[in-house]
Design a protein around this ligand. Structure first.
Ligand code: COA
Length: 383
């Protein structure tokens, strides 16, 4: 008999600190989120996505000169190489924009070699290129999927307005521009979530940043992570009206099915980002009187979940109200998760840079529960 050495396994690594980090902080009991110590509410009110990206990446708010250099660099790199665009044209229209995004970011690594991740200039250049080009890829993939040609960036516009312009060939109203910018801020970073962990794991092998971000995009695409926002809208449409919410939720609970956009590993109260987005949804929808049905359904879902599942401490997370805000501005559900990625890329890259500072390859252990000393049976003798 072989002596078995068993180890404690923590499913989902819940409660295990995978790294020391100074990028973002969550108080899950009080519902507080900070980036580099600054409250998310204040950042949403006073800052912009590019400034927040700088803060996440470089651990300080930029001076005016630093910010000008940073945002000029980003704007300079928003265009996509023709070869990348042509490669995207050959991808099937049935692909999800997240698939286009992942495939194109992977390919970027071939156009911009960045294997020397210990070289500071290589790291800086790839950070700039990734933040700059993700919106262009997302907008181009959406247009290609719908049989339209991609639109070149207009760098006279703000980062958020340019994204809208590349999607719809028109400039957004100032409130939609602000909403998009706030959406990117809200998704910038969120401690050791699955895609961030994935970027740190891949980064710890010293893989290049395009590979890292492609892996993180893949991780984000799952319905238990970033993919939940799209499914929330499907669920709200499926419910249809406020009076059908109780029966729908009770049925989900009876069948032990997860309600999308609800629950969080760290928050044991309502996600502060959900509060901000709910306010945005009200403001945007008040202006479009009579079109707030989805919001009414969502708020009823929140009420019924609070009523039925209060002992589980599950509340709306960021994905619960984001889809309603997007829908109110004409942005299609298939773009929700790619826009999440456009914001989170700054966090992924900040974690990558932090990981490299004290890098040790991630190589956890396992608790082996399989067999030993089995003999090899020739194929003809197997049943
Ligand atoms: N709907 C119904 N019940 C839920 C729930 C949901 N959305 N989220 C959690 N619960 C329940 C679980 O069934 C579990 O109940 P139990 O203790 O009776 O088994 C309890 O609440 C704890 O949840 P658990 O699944 O252990 O939490 P987790 O930390 O492993 O998972 C999520 C966190 C986010 C993956 C999970 O809440 C979820 O799947 N939510 C829906 C998807 C989503 O919105 N994802 C975006 C996250 S930002």
């Amino acid at each position: 008999m072989m002596e078995e050495r068993h180890m404690e396994v923590v499913p989902g690594l819940a409660g295990i600190a995978a790294a020391q980090s100074s990028i973002s902080y969550i108080d899950g009991e009080k519902g507080i989120l900070e980036y580099r110590g600054i409250n998310i509410e204040e950042l949403c009110e006073k800052s912009t996505f590019l400034e927040v990206s700088y803060l996440l990446l470089f651990d300080k708010l930029p001076t005016e000169t630093e910010f000008t250099i940073f945002s000029d660099e980003i704007k300079y790199h928003t265009r996509l190489k023709q070869k990348l665009l042509r490669m995207m044209e050959f991808l099937p229209e049935s692909g999800h924009p997240m698939d286009y995004l992942q495939a194109t970011v992977s390919a970027m690594g071939m156009f911009y070699p960045a294997r020397d991740t210990l070289n500071e200039q290589v790291r800086h250049d790839s950070v700039i290129k990734l933040i700059a080009k993700l919106p262009t890829i997302v907008a181009a993939s959406y247009r290609l999927k719908h049989g339209d040609g991609p639109i070149a960036p207009n760098n006279d516009l703000s980062f958020a307005a340019n994204f809208y312009y590349m999607l719809f060939e028109k400039e957004p109203d100032p409130e939609i521009e602000r909403m998009l910018d706030v959406m990117l801020i809200l998704h910038g970073d969120h401690t050791m979530n699955a895609s961030t962990f994935s970027s740190r794991v891949v980064g710890s092998t010293l893989a290049d940043p395009y590979t890292i971000v492609a892996a993180a995009i893949g991780t984000l695409s799952g319905p238990l992570h970033g993919g939940a926002n799209e499914r929330v809208i499907t669920m709200l449409h499926e419910i249809g009206s406020k009076d059908k919410v109780e029966a729908y939720i009770d049925n989900k609970i009876k069948n032990k099915e997860k309600i999308m956009g609800i629950g969080h590993r760290i928050y044991k109260t309502k996600d502060p980002r959900a509060d901000i987005l709910q306010r945005f949804a009200h403001n945007l929808l008040e202006k479009k009187r009579g079109e707030s049905k989805l919001l009414e359904v969502a708020e009823e879902v929140e009420r019924v979940v609070r009523d039925r599942l209060s002992e589980k401490k599950i509340y709306p997370n960021v994905d619960f109200y984001s889809g309603i805000v997007f829908e109110a501005t004409g942005i299609s559900p298939s773009l929700f998760t790619p826009i999440f990625a456009m914001g989170r890329v700054s966090g992924w890259l900040a974690h990558w840079l932090e990981q490299l500072r004290t890098n040790r390859i991630f190589r956890p252990d396992q608790d082996y529960v399989g067999a030993h000393n089995q003999s090899y049976l020739p194929i003809k003798d197997r049943k």
